[in-house]
Ligand binder design. Structure first.
Ligand SMILES: O=c1ccn([C@@H]2O[C@H](COP(=O)(O)O)[C@@H](O)[C@H]2O)c(=O)[nH]1
Length: 233
């Protein structure tokens, strides 16, 4: 799968003005935007519509995780909003993911449906502490297989798991990777990271990048620099 817009900028801002100050500098032909829990909780669907009205495709990153009926209905609401991509937690289980898939399949031109596997802020010790033995890679693979079986379009994982997942599930299953840090960027709360070039070289389809762009002194130039590096690969 080849897509010229690999970068999804994570709009993690506290309000409309700060978010739009960045969005105003971005070009919808070079990147997509991700609206997550903070901005959506503050500004709601209206803000997603505003971004789409400016020509951006939006990944609505609300990571739905609930009983099947509730998640299916939430996905349908996201589809009604016209978003490009929506996600659910794969750990919500097969029936939950299948319900989301079935509901979206009833609609014309549904958003891409993606399953979050193991958050990129977690390492093996964090997983052990919540009662999940094994490595993040093992757990990502198990959840990715489940997601593919029920017809998800792809998963969210860290760039570190891209190669093993593709070796197992093929290259058409979309891999969306946060945990992306250009060389020299602070990892912050992310534990499983790679550089943008490493992630794409490994086979990631889309990179979710927040603070390395949004907190840069010149966000547009930071985004273009990363994008130029990826286009040169
Ligand atoms: O496993 C996950 C799933 C989602 N995210 C989201 O991606 C961005 C990453 O932002 P950075 O500032 O580049 O760390 C953020 O919105 C997360 O909610 C993730 O990081 N890991």
């Amino acid at each position: 799968m080849s897509d010229s817009k690999r970068i999804i900028v994570a709009l993690d801002f506290a309000g409309e003005n700060s978010a739009l100050a960045l969005v105003d500098q971005l070009d919808p032909s070079r990147c997509r935007l991700k609206v997550g829990k903070e901005l959506f909780t503050r500004l709601g669907p209206r803000f997603v519509e505003l971004l789409q009205g400016r020509g951006f495709e939006v990944f609505l990153d609300l990571k739905f995780h609930d009983i099947p009926n509730t998640v299916a209905a939430a996905c349908a609401a996201a589809a009604d909003l016209g978003v490009w991509m929506v996600n659910v937690h794969a750990s919500g289980g097969s029936r939950m993911m299948a319900a989301a898939r079935e509901r979206l399949d009833q609609l014309g031109d549904p958003p891409l449906l993606i399953g979050v596997t193991v958050l990129t802020s977690l390492d093996r010790d964090d997983l052990a502490a919540i009662g999940c033995p094994g490595t993040p890679e093992e757990r990502v693979l198990a959840l990715a297989r489940l997601g593919q079986q029920v017809g998800l379009d792809g998963i969210v994982c860290s760039p570190l798991e891209v190669k093993p997942v593709q070796a197992d599930l093929g290259r058409d299953f979309l891999l969306v990777t946060p945990g992306v840090r250009p060389a020299g960027s602070a990892a912050g709360d992310q534990k499983r990271v790679m550089t943008p070039a490493e992630a794409v070289s490994a086979g990631a389809h889309f990179l979710v990048i927040g603070r390395p762009i949004t907190q840069a002194p010149d966000p547009m130039s930071a985004m273009m620099q990363i994008d130029d590096t990826l286009r040169a690969l």
